[in-house]
Ligand binder design. Structure first.
Ligand code: FPP
Length: 281
């Protein structure tokens, strides 16, 4: 196991805010260029069930452990001053799971919002929820609304929780919003990418630069289909409940290697700039 050490050679408020780091984390941090972090990180948190199965535990034990990984990821991204983090918590397809598991996931989210509110506030995190929120149980809708209201004034990272989310559903919802805007008139002859983007659940956020998927599956699973058009995809074999701070830093280091090779970013370019996109990339 790696030993916990304090920062000696690492500099800067963002790094200091991480507190004590393990030797493995320190090695990864040395490789990380804080000026070229992704602006938006999106995560498909997969493998909770397998994590539990390997330990002869019920699937819900994997989900519970998964909230610890969510906590670490949220706090670390906020402290590294990443602008936005989106976590895929519940998809429109997840309603096909057993009712007991669905109820547990909803309850877990409610507990999480209650328990973690001080951490969210301390880190100046603003919460958003992406998905067909109006279809969720009313108690969940209420908690979701409250979490958004309580954190609305925060100026730090935007934390998006994708809940009852589907990428195709989102595009359909955006298209319907565009049509509503036209007041049902037949005058809609042309829709631009920019126009449609303004009606997506992620309106106002930069598109994810990095998509992380845990547990080794090579699928996009109907997640942010529009927004990940140019995202770098990092798939790790690590199951979500084992995804710790070192694994997150590793994905950021890997992202920067790929950006250097393909992204057209010059060394030292600040992370407020979008990478130049190559035609046909
Ligand atoms: C995928 O694992 C995970 C989920 C469908 C739920 C993710 C939810 C959490 C981690 C907890 C709550 C989230 C937040 C933001 C606090 P799986 O069940 O598909 O795993 P498997 O593929 O191994 O069966």
């Amino acid at each position: 196991m790696s030993q916990t050490i304090a920062h000696k050679t690492l500099r800067g408020p963002a790094l200091e805010s991480l507190g004590p780091v393990t030797s493995e984390e320190a090695r990864l941090l040395e490789k990380l260029d804080l000026a070229r972090l992704p602006r938006h990180v999106a995560v498909i948190m997969d493998g909770n069930g397998r994590w539990a199965q390997k330990r002869h535990l019920p699937r819900i034990a994997g989900h519970r452990q998964g909230t610890q990984s969510a906590r670490t990821t949220i706090e670390t991204c906020a402290r590294l001053k990443i602008e936005a983090l989106t976590l895929y918590a519940f998809s429109v397809e997840n309603w096909r799971r057993p009712k007991t598991e669905i109820d547990f996931l909803m309850q877990l989210l409610r507990e999480y919002l209650k328990k973690e509110m001080p951490l969210l506030q301390k880190n100046e995190i603003r919460m958003r929820f992406l998905g067909r929120i109006h279809e969720l149980p009313s108690a969940v809708q209420k908690d979701v609304r409250e979490a958004m209201e309580k954190t609305a004034g925060n100026k730090g990272m935007v934390l998006c929780v994708a809940l009852n989310y589907g990428g195709r559903a989102e595009i359909v919802d955006a298209m319907n919003a565009v049509l509503r805007e036209q007041n049902g008139s037949a005058s809609l002859l042309h829709v631009t990418e920019e126009h449609l983007s303004r009606h997506l659940y992620t309106e106002g956020l930069p598109d994810p630069d990095l998509l992380i998927r845990t547990s080794g599956e090579m699928r996009v699973s109907n997640f942010l289909l529009w927004q990940i058009a140019y995202a770098e995809i990092f798939v790790t074999e690590t199951l979500w409940p084992d995804f710790n701070r070192a694994r997150l830093l590793e994905s950021l280091v890997e992202f920067q290697k790929r950006e250097r090779r393909y992204g057209g970013i010059r060394e030292g370019q600040p992370n407020t700039e979008k990478p130049a996109r190559v035609a046909g990339e």
